[in-house]
Design a protein around this ligand. Sequence first.
Ligand code: ATP
Length: 349
Amino acid sequence: MEVAVLPGDGIGPEVTEATLAVLEAVAKRHALGLRFTSHRAGAMAYRDTGTDLSDEVFEACRRADAILLGAMGWPGIRAADGTELAPQITLRQRLGLYAGIRPIRAIPGVPLALADPRAAEIDLVILRESTEGLFYSKDRGTVTEDWAEETLRLTRPVTERLARRAFILAGQRRHRVTLVDKANVFRAFAWMRDIFTTIAADHPDVRFDAAYVDAMALDLLRRPWEYDLLPTENMFGDILSDLGAGLIGGMGFAPSADVGDEYAVFQPSHGTAPDIAGRALANPTAMILSAAMMLDWLGEAPMQEAAAELREAVDRAFAGGLRTPDIGGAHGTAEAARRVIAALGGKGS
Ligand code: ATP
């Protein structure tokens, strides 16, 4: 199996290096036969070559069995219209990666934002539609002297596929889907809710309800442990996934997978973190857990065993005292990777 690796910018290359070390260790233990090929893309690539995602790199990504991405973008390097460079969004749109799967799970030992002891049970998934919604307008908005307009678009095929994916994922978990929308104000969301309600009828084993996004922002602070699968529009998912990450220790703990019917990109939910880039402080956990999602997605039994072992090793490392700088510890990027590798196969860290 070939994995196209796009380290990107800022802390992207730092967490990628740590993750590849962990992946190589787990691949060796399970004889996975993974081949990693690294490619240049992102803001620095744009600065040096004039393109943030060349045709060659895009084709290499399409040919690979999976794509593993660090983080991309840099504040000072912008496209001609002033927007940040975000080839990861281009990849989602061009490869039809509509399902942004973003697990929010409390890791034993990691300090949580909420004092309530039930916070240790937080285990939910934000399912962020990742190709349309408000992001449909990316590069298409109108800005005049007197007004600016960006349009939100939802389409039936993508909304139906997102709904089916939500019910399938919930069926493998705690059997609850809560659609997050704004159906009380916008027709598009009332229409989205109708589609989900129709598809819910095909999944009687899964409890279905819906919540307005503002109420959900409150509930994610009041009782996040009650939720399981939260499908939502692209922009809402973007915002709520940062809130979710805040619940479990910060962006360094939030993995993600952008999955379509054919292709998939695995990357941490976080960005390039310019404030800590270049200082070996980045927490690689989010990307390591994204790599575990990639192994699951690659599908064969040894891959899935390796994925489970990787997640257990992360848990064991933190339970055994790993403390990254983002949670007040002193263990930098390389040390975090080393401790996760040491915890593979049930060993202590
Ligand atoms: P983007 O819009 O590109 O997703 P962002 O604006 O959400 O990015 P991030 O780059 O994700 O911002 O950073 C948000 C905050 O989280 C910053 O303070 C950053 O240092 C911190 N952060 C992000 N990723 C990590 C990580 N892996 N380890 C430690 N801290 C991180």
